[in-house]
Design a protein around this ligand. Structure first.
Ligand code: FAD
Ligand code: SF4
Length: 501
């Protein structure tokens, strides 16, 4: 009898750490900690910590069946593994290319992607069925609801409406500095975290790597147990408050009622389907309002899956799109998270939060950071790289569509029908930053001119021809024509350029 064939080794990437990336309890597992990844780019210190902590925790949980290779490169690690390999579809194009190269010279079984609610085949079928119609998030999301039965009563959406955005999107509550919901559940660091911290300190001292931002207590789940505890805590204590103020910003309440689950979901510690099922159960049990649960489910099962599919559905050149011809370099003060460089309260506060935590919620990302980058005409590829490196939950698949498409409108409208740019009036309504700012959101020219208000008109003026065909921009462009001080405004903003306001 021939000897039994060796079980293939499951080669896990560092964002495939949950149980759903394995199919049995015995087959060997390979995890590769490649220091070169950190040497090549300047990541936020807390992001490096989280990823290494999560990988090392997973290796410790898997025990003897896991080979944890600390090598300079993936190839070096793979050379030490005999027999066939199995890989679940990785999450970046670069990692797929690596797998294909390895598969050209040895036996590699490539498995479909996991960690999303819908498969790539599901999305392809949906997209094909639309013919020439745009791939709208809203239509995709409804299709996923029907397909999964989440928040459905038979063939109807729960509560009779698909979209409860109108019940959400409220400005921040007046006269309050916090939403008043319990803080998120914070994980407790252990000896693995201490080891990671010591290693990162040493690498930095030795000059092997450089980091962005400050070190600090680990805020995000690094194990499955911590991720489940964070999910439970969110659903029980915070989900009900998620919807109404999901688009609002309070300087004194960085977390608001957001879930902080992007990091554990993107590490593969939580499966998004279990996350939305848990949220739906809270609605069915009367523990959370439909508006909040629908808003949350839309983010996870709608936006997250949609962004993932757009990353693969668009050609590789998508990441280099620059439809608005934004050519200015990302300035150093912004790139290095130098919050103290600027007097603009919203920018100062947001950069400080990223420096300290490697995280801010969706609205500061989109309407403060992304909005400012677009207004200043910073290069979308540099903005994408910066977001990827500065945020604990940043990965190529999620950053490219969110930055190139959603926030910089560099893709000519694949992701969003109009650019997400706005002046200080929007920020004055949806945040509480302006009250304490030395600029005035109503002023566009002069010493007190809000850089967002002036920047908004400057952006429209620069991009007038490129945006003219967009019906949704008609009113804004009409407003531009009525500005009497446009010339002075443009001269002022050209002078300000990328300098810190
Ligand atoms: C410029 C820009 C950059 C972004 N970069 C990232 C990133 O690197 N990684 C990341 O996971 N999300 C990113 N997002 C999306 C979103 O801002 C974050 O997922 C969210 O703020 C994470 O915090 P949370 O877990 O508390 O989210 P919640 O507000 O609690 O939302 C629940 C979940 O919905 C999902 N989600 C919501 N919107 C999106 C979206 N547009 N794309 C993908 N998932 C979404 C996330 O998984 C999130 O955990 C980005 C958005 C913008 C505009
Ligand atoms: S006035 Fe302008 S710069 Fe100041 S906080 Fe408001 S939007 Fe930001």
């Amino acid at each position: 009898m021939p000897p039994p064939a060796a079980s293939p080794t499951r080669w896990l990437f560092g964002d495939q750490l949950g149980p759903h990336f394995l199919d049995d309890d015995t087959s060997p597992v390979l995890l590769v900690e490649s220091r070169r990844v950190f040497a090549r780019r300047v990541f936020h210190r807390q992001k490096a910590h989280l990823v290494l902590s999560a990988m090392r925790h997973r290796a410790a949980e898997l025990g003897d069946r896991c080979r944890y290779a600390r090598t300079s490169t993936y190839r070096e690690a793979l050379a030490g593994v005999e027999g066939p390999l199995q890989v679940v579809h990785p999450t970046s194009r670069a990692a797929v290319a690596l797998v294909l190269e390895i598969a050209a010279v040895r036996d590699v079984d490539r498995l479909p992607a996991r960690g999303y609610v819908t498969s790539q085949a599901d999305f392809a079928a949906w997209a094909q069925g639309r013919g020439e119609q745009r791939l709208l998030l809203e239509d995709f999301y409804r299709d996923v609801r029907r397909r999964t039965g989440i928040l459905m009563d038979g063939t109807d959406p729960a509560g009779g409406r698909w979209n409860l955005d109108a019940d959400n999107r409220e400005p921040p509550p007046r006269g309050r500095s916090t939403l008043g919901v319990p803080e998120p559940r914070w994980p407790e660091e252990d000896e693995i975290d201490q080891e990671v911290r010591a290693d990162l300190d040493r690498w930095e001292r030795d000059g092997d790597v450089e980091f962005l931002g400050r070190d600090g207590p680990r805020r995000f789940a690094a194990t499955r147990a911590e991720a489940l505890a964070a999910l439970d805590h969110f659903v029980e204590h915070r989900l009900d408050a998620f919807g109404p103020h999901e688009d609002a910003v309070l300087a004194g309440d960085p977390w608001m009622a957001h879930s902080l689950l992007s990091a554990p979901m993107n590490l593969g510690l939580l499966d998004p389907l279990e996350v939305v099922e848990r949220a739906e159960a809270a609605y069915r049990a009367g523990q959370a309002s439909l508006a909040s649960v629908e808003g949350f489910v839309r983010q996870v099962m709608g936006w997250r899956d949609y962004v993932w599919h757009i990353y693969w559905q668009q050609p590789e050149s998508y990441r280099d799109r620059n439809r608005l011809n934004a050519r200015r370099r990302l300035p150093d003060w912004f790139a290095r998270l130098d919050a103290d460089a600027t007097e603009a309260a919203c920018l100062r506060h947001t950069l400080g939060e990223i420096r300290d935590h490697g995280w801010v919620h969706h609205i500061p990302r989109l309407m403060i950071l992304g909005n400012y980058a677009a207004q200043r005409g910073w290069r979308p590829d540099e903005v994408t790289s910066w977001f990827h490196r500065a945020f604990v939950d940043g990965y190529d698949w999620v950053m490219v569509p969110n930055v190139v498409g959603m926030s910089q409108h560099a893709d000519a409208g694949v992701m969003a029908t109009k650019p997400y740019v706005s002046g200080g009036a929007y920020l004055n309504t949806m945040t509480d930053h302006c009250g304490g700012c030395r600029f005035d959101p109503k002023v566009r020219v002069g010493d007190d001119a809000c850089p967002f208000t002036a920047g908004y008109w400057w952006y429209l003026d620069r991009n007038r021809e490129r945006l003219e065909g967009n019906q949704r921009m008609g009113r804004s462009l009409g407003g531009l024509d009525r500005l009497r001080d446009l010339e002075a405004l443009v001269a002022q903003e050209e002078k300000r350029g990328s300098n810190p306001p």
